[in-house]
Design a protein around this ligand. Structure first.
Ligand SMILES: NC(=O)c1ccc[n+]([C@@H]2O[C@H](COP(=O)([O-])OP(=O)(O)OC[C@H]3O[C@@H](n4cnc5c(N)ncnc54)[C@H](OP(=O)(O)O)[C@@H]3O)[C@@H](O)[C@H]2O)c1
Length: 385
């Protein structure tokens, strides 16, 4: 048994000796008795040796720099169908920021722990837990669990195991962006080797996963990025991942595109993570009858679809949300498992790597959140606990 596990089990066993009732403790101050986090019921504690963890939480929506704080909070008992986990690593994604700002489509009850994605290791399991055992790596099945913390007690059904032979950063960043890329390349067009996909925000984590999964399937990709001082370096790194072409946003409106399509089939699929003019430009280059799938709106501008694109090119304009896909398939264990297995297989073969990550400790959350919200960073901030 590892030292870390022994320490956590001791803490956890210690907490069992204390009276527990519903509520929320912050240090020694008791707050709103009815508040609880999903998967993490916060309790009053009656003694000093109860089990606790450090969490980045927010009590109101707003600027993450202002509203997120690091607090020591209590862990509940491990119920019959729950597991005690130690968090290992958890990234900061745009949706985490939007959730804190209060602009995301789903918002947890407040106070809430930040972070929707990450990998944890099981330390202890309840008496009726069948699918997990101590030592397993797990990731959330769904958004909203609150992963920016050192430990948690989670329902068995809220997590799914991952093999432990993949790199930690790949595991921590697998459940959202690669799954989104995988589904968008699979579910909207019947793509064959040699077909083309065009995407904007190509240097995003989703974009990098699209490039790599597409390359593994023999698909060609046209990857649109914003201009920047080190654009050549970024271009080279995306090409090293398997990008067929990397172009700047401006190029989408230039004659160079016509030249490109003399030697390249027009894309059947466009993936839009930006919106605004960028999305309209992607549409202009699609093959007749092709699809544009919008999954993100980083420019915070609506998508404008020219009438001619609908009438004369019969383009399909659709959206994708991985959270909804997971909800729709929550009763179909095999669907999520099959996708994760395929992605892990690509990781083992060296065909799918984690996005460039900057590893930070939870205590450095202020600067990590600040960097995560800056443009042109191309590096994902990831908490390593
Ligand atoms: N629908 C879904 O299921 C789903 C799943 C996963 C992610 N998403 C969404 O996908 C998007 C990307 O997520 P991620 O984790 O991959 O992001 P990320 O790695 O943090 O990268 C952010 C990307 O957004 C670009 N960007 C930022 N501000 C922009 C602006 N004003 N105009 C154009 N591009 C801008 C960045 O480009 P620069 O380098 O040029 O700044 C970068 O490519 C987010 O909107 C996220 O919410 C959706």
């Amino acid at each position: 048994m590892s030292g870390a596990r022994i320490i956590w089990l001791l803490l956890y066993k210690g907490s069992r000796r204390h009276t527990v009732c519903q509520g929320f403790t912050r240090g020694s101050t008791t707050q709103h008795p009815t508040q609880m986090f999903r998967g993490f019921v916060c309790r009053y504690l009656t003694g000093p040796s109860a089990s606790r963890c450090t969490a980045l939480l927010y009590r109101k929506h707003g600027d993450p720099a202002q509203v997120v704080q690091s607090e020591s909070i209590s862990l509940p008992d491990v119920g019959a169908r729950s597991v005690l986990v130690k968090m290992l690593a958890a990234p900061i994604n745009p949706s985490d920021i939007n959730m804190i700002q209060g602009t995301y489509a789903i918002l947890p009850d407040l106070p809430a722990v930040g972070g929707n994605e990450g990998v944890a290791q099981v330390l202890d399991v309840g008496s009726q837990v069948k699918s997990l055992e101590p030592g397993d790596w797990v990731i959330p099945r769904d958004a909203g669990l609150g992963m920016w913390r050192t430990a948690a007690v989670l329902a068995e059904g809220d997590v799914i195991s991952l093999p432990r032979d993949i790199p930690l950063l790949s595991a921590a960043t697998l459940g959202v962006n690669p799954c989104t890329a995988f589904r968008m390349l699979t579910d909207f067009e019947d793509l064959k080797p040699g077909d083309t996909v065009i995407q904007n925000a190509a240097n995003s984590a989703v974009g990098q996963a699209v490039i790599q999964i597409a390359a593994a399937r023999g698909l060609q990709t046209i990857n649109v990025i914003r201009d920047r001082p080190d654009v050549a370096k970024l271009t080279d790194s995306l090409k090293a991942m398997g990008a067929s072409h990397v172009i700047k946003e401006e190029t989408l409106r230039q004659p160079a595109m016509k030249e490109l399509f003399k030697s390249f089939p027009r894309p059947k699929l466009a993936l839009n993570g930006v919106g605004g003019k960028s999305a309209t430009e992607l549409l202009r280059h699609l093959e007749v009858g092709g699809s544009m799938v919008t999954y993100g709106g980083m420019a915070k501008q609506p998508v404008t679809v020219p009438v001619s694109a609908l009438i004369f090119k019969n383009l399909k304009v659709k959206g994708f949300w991985v959270t909804q896909w997971k909800k729709n398939h929550s009763q179909d264990e095999g669907a999520l498992r099959t996708m994760l297995d395929e992605l892990c297989s690509l990781i083992r073969q060296g065909k799918l790597t984690a996005p460039d990550c900057s590893e930070v400790g939870l205590q450095d959350f202020h600067s990590a959140l600040d960097i995560a919200m800056q443009p042109f960073t191309s590096v994902k901030q990831i908490f390593v606990m």
